[in-house]
Design a protein around this ligand. Structure first.
Ligand code: DGP
Ligand code: NA
Ligand code: NA
Length: 210
C-alpha cells in the first residue's frame, strides 16, 4: 500500500536468548525507560501461561505433565496465534509491543530436541513479523550459574548449547546481538539505542505492517 498516516504504528520488538540470559529483567527495564520517554509500550511474554493453551504448556514445562514433542510444539505456536489479532490491533493503535520470547524460541527449543528445523518453522509462518529482534547472547555455562537454573524442563547446559546453534541459524537483518555477559547496565544501554531507533522508523512509516 501507500505510505500514509494509517500505516504509522507501534514497533514489534522481541527479546530472545537462552534461559537465564537476563531477558525478563532487561525487558522490564527497557519498557520503563521507553515509557519515561513518552512512548506507549506494552510488555508481553510467550508462552502466555494465562490462557487455556498456556496452562497446558506451563504444566508441561514444570514437568507436571508429559506431551509429545510435536504436539507441544504446536501448542506453543497456537499460544502465539491466539494472540495474533490483539497483537495486530495493538500495533495499529501506535503501541509498541516488547515481547519476551516469540517464534524464534518456538523453533530453537523444538529443533534442539531433534525435530526438523523446517517443520518447526511452518506453524510460525504468518504471525506478525518482528521489526527488531534483540538477542541476548550469553555463554550457557554463565547462564547455568545464575539462580534457580535447572528447575524447568529445558534448563540443562547441553540442551541450551543446541538451542543457541538454532538461534544462530535464524539470524536475519532484523536481529541485533547484544553480549549478555556484559554488566546489566551495558546490556540495557545497547537495548535502548536499538529500540529507540526502530520505534522511530515505525512512527515515520518506514516499517509497514506486513
Ligand atoms: P520462559 O517463560 O521465558 O522462562 O520460557 C519457558 C521455557 O520454555 C524456556 O525454557 C523457553 C521455552 N520456550 C519458550 N517458548 C517456546 C516455544 O515456543 N517452544 C518451545 N519448545 N519452547 C519454548
Ligand atoms: Na525459563
Ligand atoms: Na516466555
Amino acid at each position: 500500500g501507500g505510505g500514509g498516516d494509517a500505516e504509522k504504528r507501534g514497533a514489534l520488538i522481541v527479546l530472545e536468548g537462552l534461559d537465564r540470559s537476563g531477558k525478563s529483567s532487561q525487558c522490564r527495564a527497557l519498557a520503563s525507560f521507553l515509557r519515561g520517554r513518552g512512548e506507549s509500550v506494552e510488555e508481553w511474554r510467550f508462552p502466555d501461561r494465562t490462557t487455556a493453551i498456556g496452562q497446558m504448556i506451563s504444566s508441561y514445562l514444570s514437568q507436571a505433565s508429559e506431551l509429545d514433542d510435536s504436539a507441544v510444539h504446536l501448542l506453543f505456536a497456537a499460544n502465539r496465534w491466539e494472540k495474533r489479532s490483539l497483537m495486530e490491533s495493538t500495533l495499529r493503535k501506535g503501541i509498541t509491543l516488547l515481547i519476551d520470547r516469540y517464534s524464534y524460541s518456538g523453533v530453537a527449543f523444538s529443533a534442539a530436541k531433534g525435530l526438523d528445523f523446517q517443520w518447526c518453522r511452518t506453524p510460525e509462518t504468518g504471525l506478525p513479523a518482528a521489526d527488531l529482534v534483540l538477542y541476548l547472547d550469553i555463554d550457557p555455562e554463565v547462564a547455568a550459574s545464575r539462580g534457580e537454573y535447572g528447575l524447568e524442563r529445558y534448563e540443562k547446559v547441553d540442551f541450551q548449547r543446541r538451542v543457541a546453534t538454532y538461534y544462530q541459524a535464524m539470524r536475519d537483518s532484523t536481529w541485533q546481538t547484544v553480549d549478555a555477559n556484559q554488566s546489566v547496565d551495558e546490556v540495557q544501554e545497547a537495548l535502548r539505542e536499538a529500540a529507540v531507533s526502530v520505534i522511530q522508523s515505525c512512527k515515520s512509516g518506514a516499517e509497514l505492517l506486513r
